[in-house]
Design a protein around this ligand. Structure first.
Ligand SMILES: [Zn+2]
Length: 277
C-alpha cells in the first residue's frame, strides 16, 4: 500500500518549485512525466522509505522504549553481558529466562502412580523455551536453584510450577500467577502477571484459581536472587490432581499460553483482549 501511494504522490512532489532540478511541467506531454530523472528519484525515495521500514520492523524496533535501552546497555558491554551472552555475536538477542520448577533439586509434588511435578514442569518449560526461541529470543532454560539466577538480568523471567497431586476438594482446579512483592518496578510485574493470566486462560480454557496467592509464591526465593531490573513472575499451571489431563495431554497448549503471555508483555499488547486487538 505504501508503495502504491508513493507512485502516485512522488511525481507531483518532485516537480514542486524549489526542487533542485525541476522539469517544466507544461512543456512536456503528460505521458512523459516520468523521465529518467524522475524515475531515478522515485527509486531512491522508495528505497529510503523501504530501508526505514525494514529498520522499524526488526524485533528490537518493536520493543518498548525501556527495553531498547536495556538492549543498548547490553551491547555496550555491561557487567552482565558476558554471563548472558557466552558467545559474543554482533547483535545479541534479548534474553528470557524460564525456570522449570524443582528441576535439578527435587521432584516437587508426587502423584500416587509416580508422576512428578518436576517432569510436568520440565516438559512445559522446554516447550515454552522453544516457542520463545522461534519468536526470536534467546531463552535460558533454568533449574530451580540454577547458578545463573544470582543477579540474573533478562527481559523476563518466568518460573513454572504445578500444584499438589492430592485430592483436596472439587474446587482445587485452575491456575495462579504471581509476581514478586519486592519488584523494583511493580507496575511492570503486574503487567506481566496480567498478560500471562489472560493468554493462559484463553489458551487452556482453565479458570483462575479463586484461592489467594500464597506467600510461597510472592516470596518465591528466585525473586530475591535475580537482578532487580528483571521482570519476573511465577505460575502454578494447575493442580496435578484435577487438571492432570490438561497438564499432561495438552502440555503444548499450556506452554502456548505462557509463551503468548510473555510476548504480550514484551510487545506491550493489551492484557485484557486477545492478541492483535
Ligand atoms: Zn512446585
Amino acid at each position: 500500500m505504501v508503495f502504491l501511494m508513493l507512485q502516485d504522490d512522488l511525481p507531483s512532489e518532485i516537480n514542486e518549485p524549489g526542487f533542485s532540478e525541476p522539469a517544466p511541467r507544461r512543456q512536456r506531454p503528460r505521458r512523459a512525466s516520468m523521465n529518467v530523472f524522475g524515475q531515478l528519484t522515485s527509486i531512491l525515495a522508495i528505497s529510503a522509505v523501504l530501508a526505514t521500514l525494514f529498520t522499524a520492523f526488526t524485533p528490537l524496533g518493536l520493543l518498548p522504549a525501556g527495553l531498547t535501552e536495556w538492549v543498548a546497555e547490553q551491547l555496550s558491554g555491561g557487567s552482565v553481558a558476558g554471563s548472558n551472552f557466552p558467545t559474543p555475536t554482533p547483535r545479541p538477542r534479548p534474553v528470557i529466562g524460564i525456570v522449570a520448577g524443582h528441576w535439578g533439586n527435587d521432584s516437587g509434588a508426587v502423584c500416587s502412580d509416580g508422576l512428578t511435578e518436576v517432569e510436568v514442569n520440565l516438559d512445559v518449560a522446554t516447550r515454552v523455551q522453544q516457542k520463545l526461541t522461534d519468536a526470536g529470543f534467546d531463552v535460558d532454560l533454568l533449574q530451580e536453584y540454577d547458578d545463573r539466577l544470582q543477579g540474573y538480568n533478562a527481559l523476563v523471567l518466568v518460573s513454572i510450577h504445578a500444584d499438589t497431586c492430592e485430592y483436596i476438594d472439587d474446587n482445587a482446579t485452575g491456575f495462579k500467577v504471581a509476581s514478586s512483592l519486592a519488584s523494583s518496578a511493580p507496575e511492570k510485574a503486574q503487567r506481566l502477571v496480567a498478560c500471562i493470566s489472560n493468554r493462559y486462560q484463553s489458551a487452556t480454557g482453565m479458570r483462575y484459581h479463586p484461592a489467594s496467592i500464597t506467600a510461597h509464591m510472592s516470596n518465591y526465593h528466585t525473586f530475591n536472587e535475580i537482578h532487580h531490573d528483571t521482570t519476573a513472575a511465577i505460575i502454578e499451571t494447575g493442580f496435578l490432581n484435577l487438571d492432570r489431563q490438561m497438564l499432561t495431554q495438552n502440555s503444548d497448549g499450556v506452554a502456548d499460553g505462557i509463551a503468548r503471555g510473555v510476548l504480550c508483555y514484551i510487545y506491550n499488547e493489551s492484557a485484557t483482549s486477545p492478541e492483535g486487538n
